[in-house]
Design a protein around this ligand. Structure first.
Ligand SMILES: [Zn+2]
Ligand SMILES: [Zn+2]
Length: 265
């Protein structure tokens, strides 16, 4: 089976020290056919207002080097994970203009300037339903304001940091918000990422994928969101089974901004 890990971070991201070469070697040993380095562009990310970004020219240079080095063994794609926030739309457009990536992920990390990653979000949002709903509404707001990306990243980002008895984000609990998100991305031609990072701890609610399919969505991409070698391709076998189970015959990856569909059955 031809599988691509379409979400991983290299040392061009502030939170990873993985080299592209090491990631490529590890990916080959796992039997992957391709990978995308989706390093972070998160404008106005930190508490003091500064940006998280990298030099696109240096990055694209580095990607073309590893691309050449691993030619015929592993396809290496250039990419960016664009951090979405309502007030950074123009800045994102400005930063990205003139650069060609194979693939762009749009991800919501911050809700009113707070990244749940640091624990403070759930200190305020002590009720799961309220906290999760607030996040999904932020995702909706962000997609409406800016949608120049190929795939919606980790729609269920919060499940990583919740400390509830059951952290899963259920379709049935947030059907209104999910419907709006899934309709929006389907209409805009944006795919859905199955981000496998935490599915061993918090299972994905299949109903989300089933609903996406029902609404006409067909572009499912998988990504491990690895920041270190041991996380590359994590939970992929289970994720593929799940995607199949939901009735999808293909998993997508992107090259030069265009989806390529690989048959999974
Ligand atoms: Zn992310
Ligand atoms: Zn990421």
């Amino acid at each position: 089976m031809t599988l691509y890990d379409m979400h991983m971070h290299s040392n061009f991201s502030f939170d990873s020290d993985m080299t592209m070469e090491a990631a490529a070697r590890r990916s080959i040993s796992l039997g992957l056919s391709g990978i995308a380095f989706t390093d972070h562009l998160d404008v106005n990310y930190t508490a003091d207002g500064s940006d998280v970004y990298y030099d696109f020219e240096q990055y694209l240079d580095a990607v073309s080097k590893v691309k050449e080095e691993f030619k015929g063994k592993l396809e290496i794609l250039s990419a960016v994970e664009v951090g979405l926030q309502p007030h950074v739309v123009n800045e994102n457009i400005k930063r990205l203009s003139g650069f060609e990536f194979d693939y762009k992920i749009g991800s919501t990390h911050l809700i009113s300037r707070i990244d749940p990653y640091d624990g403070s979000y759930f200190k305020v949002e002590t009720d799961k339903t309220h906290g999760y709903r607030r996040y999904l509404n932020e995702v909706i707001r962000n997609i409406k304001l800016y949608h120049d990306f190929n795939v919606l990243g980790h729609f269920d980002y919060l499940v990583r940091y919740g400390h509830f008895e059951d952290n899963t984000m259920y379709y049935s609990e947030f059907s209104e918000e999910f419907d709006e998100i899934l309709k929006l991305i389907t209409e805009l031609g944006i795919g859905l990422e199955v981000n496998t990072r935490s599915y061993d701890r918090t299972p994905l609610d299949l109903s989300v994928l089933l609903r996406y399919k029902e609404l006409g969505g067909e572009t499912v991409v998988i990504g491990s969101d690895a920041h270190r070698l041991s996380r590359i391709g994590k939970n992929f076998a289970a994720a593929v089974e799940l995607i199949k189970h939901c009735g999808f015959d293909y998993i997508a990856h992107f090259r030069k901004g265009e989806p390529i569909y690989e048959r999974i059955r």
